[in-house]
Design a protein around this ligand. Structure first.
Ligand SMILES: CC(C)(COP(=O)(O)OP(=O)(O)OC[C@H]1O[C@@H](n2cnc3c(N)ncnc32)[C@H](O)[C@@H]1OP(=O)(O)O)[C@@H](O)C(=O)NCCC(=O)NCCS
Length: 303
């Protein structure tokens, strides 16, 4: 996360006006306690650190009724259940737990969002010239199939529009990336991206999407024009979907380190609720930033 105070899209104001309730799952962690205090005192979100005292008969009934019941002695499950039951709008977790723990709890308690078939993640960037872009998936699904790729694309487009809502360019234009542009190469890997693109068109007909595109055709207007003439996306994409986790993970680090972009993420998506995962090396300020992003997304979904 960029340094505290960086707020290029007015997220603090959006979050503060929405009065979103955020639960922090890292009980017993001073960073979470400090972050909750900051979020409450600055009016960014109504925040509480999870409390085992919240477990009541209604929550026990909820937990036992899940397809795979969960253990409410684990505060991670209590935090997720609080969101699933509508007691909170978003959960931020992972300062003291692994990404796999957070993902498993989110998948079991909240489940996959309607219309999606996988949980994935994205990165939202602000480029040095101020333009926003988003990448998916950079952190969860190692080798997505075409259907999962479509899910990643639709979820990353939604993440982009939620976070770029106050920017001049809030409409996502999705490039399904490959080493081929429109048949310039043939391979099973290219077929997967083409099939994924077609599934996005079927599942989200209103979304501007095109593929398969190489990065230069997706990003540079003149190259887009020559390699994919007439494309609604080529040369002007702002959402980039990578064919696998190698590509997505490597690309986000290059974008942050070589291009000097401010990177926000990984942001979990495709979950039926707003949940974000922290790095275990995070600071209290990082928890505040991620909670503000969660609050912005929760307020966008409320609308
Ligand atoms: C998500 C994750 C925690 C699941 O691990 P797991 O519990 O060992 O995985 P399993 O294959 O046993 O799956 C358990 C259940 O979760 C489901 N699941 C796994 N990954 C999923 C995903 N991305 N989206 C939705 N459901 C998923 C499985 O379908 C399975 O469901 P079932 O209980 O109905 O059979 C694991 O894939 C993971 O750790 N991913 C993160 C990768 C990572 O470390 N990234 C960081 C690098 S940047």
């Amino acid at each position: 996360m960029p340094e505290e105070g960086a707020d290029p899209f007015g997220w603090s104001e959006t979050a503060g006006a929405a009065g979103v309730r955020v639960v922090l799952a890292d009980i017993g962690d001073d960073r979470a306690v400090d972050a909750a205090e900051t979020l409450n005192s600055r009016g960014l979100a109504r925040t509480e650190v999870v409390d085992p005292g919240w477990v009541d008969d209604e929550m026990r009934e909820f937990a036992n009724g899940l397809r795979k019941p969960v253990d409410l002695d684990d505060p991670l499950n209590v935090a997720m259940a609080s969101v699933a039951m509508g007691r909170f709008d978003a959960c931020v977790a992972g300062a003291s737990r692994s990404t796999a723990d957070v993902l498993r709890a989110a998948i079991r308690v909240l489940g996959v969002a309607p219309g999606h078939d996988a949980v994935s993640s994205s990165f939202f960037f602000v480029l040095p010239d101020g333009r926003p872009i988003a990448y998916g998936d950079c952190g969860v699904i190692p080798d997505p199939d075409a259907a999962q790729l479509a899910s990643i694309a639709i979820a990353t487009a939604a993440t982009y529009s939620e976070l770029a809502a106050n920017h001049a360019d809030p409409e996502p234009r999705v490039a399904m990336l490959s080493f081929s542009t429109k048949g310039s190469a043939e391979h099973d890997k290219v077929d997967k991206v083409r099939d994924g693109t077609e599934l996005v068109r079927q599942r989200a007909p209103e979304l501007a999407v095109d593929g398969e595109l190489q990065f230069d055709a997706a990003w540079v207007p003149a190259i887009g024009e020559s390699k994919a003439p007439g494309s609604p996306v080529a040369g002007q994409a702002n959402v980039f979907i990578f064919p696998d986790l190698d590509a997505g993970n490597i690309a986000y680090k290059i974008t942050e380190r070589l291009a000097g972009a401010d990177a926000y993420g990984p942001l979990l998506q495709g979950i039926d609720g707003v949940v974000h995962d922290l790095s275990r090396g995070c600071s209290s300020d990082d928890i505040v930033s991620v909670s503000v992003i969660a609050a912005v997304q929760a307020s966008a979904r409320r609308r």
